[in-house]
Design a protein around this ligand. Structure first.
Ligand code: ARG
Length: 588
């Protein structure tokens, strides 16, 4: 089923053709026309507005009002609009036909997928997100990549693409020599496999302290790196223990965050070890390498430093060590060659934008990712504290993700205790989890991701405004109507919807925009667009409640219609939040 904007655009395209004729019309694409059609901000101006007469009038030197009128006369919107009119300097106001709305909502609302069609040509989409580093606890810096990546993956999944999640964890590098040597010297046994890290950060800090203070230890740590690279069995065992201990920690965080990442999605830096030399060799063969001060450097076309000199990316250091960039080249080659990715999406903070731009350029030059494979870096801003500086604990340390999750749940739990003291405690716990974690994730997802945002518990947990609790509460309101009326929502048929009141129309039209809102996330890779949509939907629902009695509607037909409208709205809220990785509750 075509989206309403697209449908209106195609009709407008015909009208433009009629009014302008071949020549003037030919550079107007359907997409360009659709971009000028938008839902009206106020129902006085109709349900949709087309603004094309203004820009076009200017371009063609024609009076925009007259042009708008000519377009109105030529527009065939039979069965779609009941009325169209020109307003102001040349807006075209489009008032949809109630029968058209009813017909559409009957179809979308009876569909399990709520009108979201599966894409006709599914792609294999690799989503690279989270990527924490082994032997370090996950901190607030990992929240964004994890949450945004999870939402983007769910949306691609939901549209029928094949999503391959890749957790590119930092599990290799010289620091592992230090860590393993430290583990060994503090009593870890390679063969028993009973190593437990109570606190990964402490392990790292203690090892580093010793490394800096004791030259003898530093020497042994360096030898340990060589042993690790040479796959010495004891060293490899301890490395494995360290990794699995870190996994245990990551898994717990993912589970609590309701993020779909498991051990099967982990393919860390170490997985590419034995391909790194071949990457460098291939670059050499292609003539893309230069040696500079002993290091091997690739210079992707078009990159210049501040002095205007070609800017390079080191792929192999003078001492033979490989770098983050080398691993990323190998990982991308694997994803294209072995995973058959049509598209690779990397979600990291914006400080890595340059890195990915250069990696992508090399991938194109080498053909490891041909032009047919779409590469996207999805950058995001920093989480700030109330002082507008990167979010830190009071003592100035980085905020551990686990502590954030604890606090989110504790705060939500206090709210639930206060709002619904009489619920059974396991239900309260479940509600607190979904509200707390939902609020945390939604606060992150709903802000324009490239911008920094200020972390604010009170705001994210508020029941008013663009927050998860506001949306979850909208869902709860519908469910409580059903409970109160003894209604089984499964029996509510969307075909019985008859919109009449402007608030009913507004809600139904908003519901029909759901598929387009979901799709916009795959085009823009901006989950906040779906958040904005859901917020508008919840707002339309509240407006509807205020104006239109549901259980006490004037007759059975109206009651059935309004109940069905509520049902489709609740389903859409739940589905939309689900695509963001956020749960709903029956009561709160
Ligand atoms: N481990 C990296 C970090 O903490 C993130 C990995 C992102 N993915 C990638 N393919 N480079 O910054």
């Amino acid at each position: 089923m075509a989206d309403i904007t697209d449908l209106l655009a195609s009709r407008l395209e015909c009208a433009l053709y009629d009014v302008l004729g071949d020549d003037t019309y030919s550079d107007l694409t359907a997409a360009a026309i659709a971009a000028q059609i938008r839902p009206s901000s106020n129902d006085r101006f109709g349900d949709y507005q087309a603004n094309i007469a203004m820009s076009l009038g200017k371009k063609l030197g024609r009076n925009p009002r007259e042009l708008a009128q000519a377009l109105c006369d030529a527009l065939d919107l039979q069965g779609v609009c009941e009325r169209i009119e020109v307003a102001g300097p040349g807006f075209i106001n489009l008032h949809l036909d109630a029968a058209f709305i009813n017909e559409r909502i009957a179809i979308a609302g009876s569909d399990k997928r709520l009108g979201i069609e599966r894409v006709k040509q599914p792609q294999t989409v690799v989503v690279d997100y989270s990527g924490p580093n082994v032997a370090k606890e996950m901190h607030v810096g990992h929240l964004r990549s994890t949450v945004i990546g999870d939402a983007i993956s769910r949306v691609f999944d939901g549209l029928g693409h094949t999503v391959i999640r890749q957790n590119h964890i930092g599990d290799w590098g010289t620091q592992f020599g230090m860590l393993i040597e430290y583990m060994l010297e503090s009593g870890a046994t390679p063969h028993i496999g009973n190593y437990r890290v109570s606190d990964l950060n402490t392990l790292y800090q203690d090892a580093k302290k010793k490394f800096d203070a004791e030259p003898e230890f530093a020497r042994r740590a360096r030898e340990r790196v060589v042993l690790l690279q040479g796959r010495d069995i004891d060293t490899a065992n301890l490395w494995g223990q360290l990794i699995s201990e870190s996994y245990r920690h990551f898994d717990e965080v993912y589970r609590r965050l309701d993020v779909k990442l498991g051990q099967c999605d982990v393919r860390g830096e170490s997985a590419y070890n034995d391909q790194l030399s071949s990457i460098v060799e291939a670059l050499e063969t292609l003539g893309l390498l230069k040696t500079s001060e002993g290091a091997q450097v690739v210079f992707p076309a078009g990159f210049k430093d501040r002095e205007g000199e070609p800017m390079g990316m080191i792929v192999r250091k003078g001492d033979g060590g490989y770098l983050y960039a080398t691993t990323d080249l190998a990982a991308a080659r694997y994803r294209v060659g072995e995973l058959h990715a049509d598209r690779i999406i990397y979600i990291t903070d914006s400080r890595q934008s340059q890195h990915f731009a250069m990696v992508f350029a090399v991938l194109r030059q080498t053909g490891w990712a041909p032009e047919s494979v779409r590469l996207d870096h999805v950058p995001f801003g920093t989480v700030l504290g109330k002082d507008n500086r990167p979010f830190k604990t009071r003592s100035g340390d980085t905020v551990k993700l686990k502590d954030l999750l604890d606090e989110a749940e504790a705060r939500a739990s206090a709210i639930v205790d206060q709002k619904s003291p009489d619920l059974p405690s396991d239900q309260k716990q479940d509600i607190a989890h979904k509200i707390g974690i939902g609020a945390l994730k939604y606060a992150d997802l709903s802000s324009d991701r490239v911008k920094d945002y200020v972390f604010d518990w009170d705001r994210m947990l508020a029941f008013e405004g663009n927050t998860a609790p506001y949306l979850q509460n909208a869902y709860v309101r519908v469910r409580s109507i059903f409970r109160k009326g003894g209604i089984d929502p499964a029996n509510l048929d969307a075909a019985s919807i008859r919109v009449a009141d402007p608030a009913e129309r507004g809600l139904a039209i908003k519901l029909l925009q759901f598929p387009a809102a979901v799709k916009s996330v795959t085009d823009s890779l901006e989950p906040h667009r779906l958040c904005t949509y859901l917020y508008e939907l919840a707002t339309a629902l509240h407006r509807f409640y205020e104006k239109c009695p549901v259980l006490t509607a004037k007759d059975d037909a109206q009651r059935a219609s309004r109940l069905a409208l509520c049902r489709v709205t609740a389903d859409t809220l739940a589905r939309g939040l689900g695509l963001l990785g956020i749960g709903v509750v029956e009561q709160m």
